[in-house]
Design a protein around this ligand. Structure first.
Ligand code: ZN
Ligand code: ZN
Length: 384
């Protein structure tokens, strides 16, 4: 099979690897049909995640078809269409039983980190009964793929940890895939205003389409002043940090108002200052954490009910064998106007890829995107 292998800082290779096999009775092997690249994968590529060893197949988001299951898997059978949670949960350790599977003693975020991940034709999913979800017939694979990580992360770590309530004013700092996922899901809680801050005009335009009531380009560092002006000097009730940089960490502390909550989603590769001297007097709550993906069943139902369409976050599609090109596009997300990139390995892709030499790369991409768009036309979630 083909797999994306981390070879050390700034080194990524598409390699031939042996297919994974069942190692424990609770394992499933899933044939990946769609996977995607996450900001975390870019952090790995920069050498910023020291638990990832060279030689590791990366990727922690994927959907596919169950190929085989161990004798202890009760809920899934070969042929089932499934989405893979980025969090592996044994279900019996203390963390799992306390509802914090991201801290599972036998799992947590291990896919594409300490065990081989989803950017491959096949992946081994440990504790498959807990880590896989059936995809309802009316939900497309592409939409389900957004539930492996980014939608639950935006919802659980941003919106729910941020205690967003009816009538609140919310600021989301960072309009990448996870910040935009927080924007899509925050609207279930009926905030009065959602202000989105970024430095990329394309992403801010998209944020407006997805429901932001105001957008601010912070390239001139005026976000603090503009948010205070928009809130009559009061600041926001919830400030969601979805970047993971000391400067955005500082910004959310400056814009949160009295009694407010800072919800930290961003992944930091260096330490960031906490200004307790100005936060304590405002009665600020700060929350942070790793996604547990316990909201996946609710998100699936919400999509089925026609109340949510995370497919709107997909901007690019590539056949899996062009994954390195896709990484290049994702690394230059602003230039390429990229949010979420879908890599697909299903039959329609293979038909086109077989004719690769007859077409220029541009022709090929256009043709593939056209095919996928055509195919998705009948595959979109049904709305009432
Ligand atoms: Zn991810
Ligand atoms: Zn556990």
């Amino acid at each position: 099979m083909l797999a994306v292998v981390y070879q050390g800082p700034d080194q990524l290779r598409l390699e031939k690897r042996a297919r994974p096999t069942i190692q424990a009775p609770t394992d499933a092997i899933v044939r990946i049909t769609k996977t995607t690249i996450c900001g975390t994968d870019l952090a790995i590529l920069k050498g910023g995640v020291d638990t990832v060893d060279p030689g590791r197949i990366i990727g922690h988001e994927g959907v596919g078809v169950v190929e085989s299951v161990g004798s202890g898997v009760a809920q899934f059978r070969p042929g089932d269409r499934v989405l893979i949670s980025c969090i592996t949960a044994c279900g019996y350790c203390e963390a799992c039983r306390r509802g914090i599977p991201s801290n599972c003693a036998n799992g947590g975020w291990i896919l594409g980190n300490t065990i081989d991940g989803c950017q491959a034709n096949y992946v081994r999913v440990p504790f498959a009964d807990n880590g896989l979800y059936h995809i309802p017939d009316c939900i497309s694979e592409e939409v389900a793929l957004m539930l492996s990580d980014i939608l639950p992360t935006g919802l659980e770590v941003g919106v729910m940890n941020g205690d967003v309530a009816f009538g609140d004013v919310v600021a989301i700092v960072g309009a990448g895939p996870v910040g935009l996922a927080a924007l899509l899901t925050v609207q279930f809680f009926a905030p009065a205003e959602v202000i989105v801050v970024d430095v990329d005009d394309y992403r801010l335009e998209l944020a407006k389409k997805l429901g932001a009531t105001a957008v601010i380009n912070n390239r001139d560092n005026q976000a603090k002043a503009e948010i205070l002006a928009l809130t009559n000097g009061r600041g926001v009730d919830t400030a969601i940090e979805a970047v993971g940089h000391p400067l955005t960490c500082k910004l959310v502390q400056e814009i949160v108002g009295m009694g407010g909550t800072i919800a930290n989603i961003g992944v930091y590769s260096e330490s960031a200052e906490l200004h307790k001297q100005s936060l304590w007097v405002k009665n600020i709550t700060i929350r942070m954490g790793v996604v547990n993906t316990t909201t996946i069943p609710l998100l699936l139902k919400t999509i089925q009910g026609g109340k949510l369409d995370p497919g709107q976050l997909v901007t690019h599609r590539f056949p899996f064998n062009q994954v390195l090109k896709a990484y290049d596009v994702f690394r230059h997300a602003a230039r390429e106007q990229a949010v979420k990139i879908v890599l697909y390995t299903d039959e329609s892709a293979e038909t086109v890829v077989g004719d690769y030499s007859r077409y220029s790369e541009e022709d090929l991409i256009e043709m593939i995107v056209g095919q996928v768009v055509d195919r998705l036309g009948s595959d979109r979630p049904k709305t009432p």
